[in-house]
Design a protein around this ligand. Structure first.
Ligand SMILES: Nc1ncnc2c1ncn2[C@@H]1O[C@H](COP(=O)(O)OP(=O)(O)OP(=O)(O)O)[C@@H](O)[C@H]1O
Ligand SMILES: Nc1nc2c(ncn2[C@@H]2O[C@H](COP(=O)(O)O)[C@@H](O)[C@H]2O)c(=O)[nH]1
Length: 205
């Protein structure tokens, strides 16, 4: 019997490129995908909700999660920890659902080691100038943190080659459309492989 596991999709990209915006729009349109809510030690922003945007943890709680191996991956990004709960991802994939992670690059590379069959998508800004405009106009970070995030952006962009797909977030709708096409084509690809595998098994019997 062929296992019908879900597909793991990972979206990364520099801070402020629009990952959250694109992901929320994608989820408005696709109710089959499951979003993995991350853990973080960063302070809750105005308008964010515990258990919707993140699970907010103290540094001690987060370090305990690391020690207990409850995280699939984790990273320190501009003074805070961020991590993906292992149990949710493994159980949801095993139940046959696709899981969507929105995480930074160091974490995505860890996921790739454990899930090389995952689909890795890098969201790219139309320009570095526009990236700066977006992160500044969001108005959630101090000037100092904006600068740190922009510095990190350059390192993240250098890792873009490790991804399967690069999508430019010029307009939200067109970025969402491109990601939907990627999801559909990955399903077609896996269906085709599963059929070939099934036929191979039948021929052998
Ligand atoms: N295609 C777009 N055109 C113009 N503005 C956009 C676009 N996509 C997102 N934005 C705006 O850019 C800002 C940053 O977007 P968002 O918070 O989604 O980025 P992010 O990549 O999730 O950032 P972070 O990694 O810091 O959480 C927001 O104010 C959002 O409204
Ligand atoms: N490695 C991980 N990175 C994560 C995770 N959840 C979110 N993130 C990324 O962190 C930065 C900053 O996020 P912000 O909400 O403070 O703006 C951004 O790139 C997120 O995608 C995670 O579980 N692991």
């Amino acid at each position: 019997m062929i296992e019908e596991k879900g597909i793991l999709f990972v979206l990364s990209g520099p801070s402020g490129v629009g990952k959250g915006t694109v992901r929320r729009e994608l989820f408005e349109q696709d109710n089959e995908l499951k979003y993995s809510i991350s853990m973080t030690t960063r302070d809750r922003r105005e308008g964010e909700t515990e258990g919707v945007d993140y699970f907010y943890k103290s540094r001690e709680e987060f370090e305990q999660l690391i020690e207990d191996k409850q995280l699939l991956e984790y990273a320190q990004f501009v003074n805070n920890y961020y991590g993906t709960p292992r149990k949710y991802v493994e159980e949801t994939l095993a139940a046959g659902h696709d899981v969507f992670l929105e995480i930074e690059v160091q974490g995505a590379l860890q996921v790739k080691e454990n899930f090389p069959e995952g689909v890795f998508i890098f969201l790219f800004p139309p320009s570095l100038e526009e990236l700066k405009t977006r992160i500044v106009s969001r108005g959630t970070e101090s000037q100092d943190l904006v600068l740190k995030r922009l510095r990190e952006a350059r390192n993240e962009i250098e890792m873009m080659d490790a991804y399967d797909y690069v999508v430019v977030n010029d307009r939200v709708e067109s970025a969402v459309e491109k990601i939907q096409s990627i999801i559909q084509s990955e399903h077609c690809k896996r269906d085709r492989i599963a059929k070939q595998y099934k036929k191979l098994l039948e021929d052998e019997m």
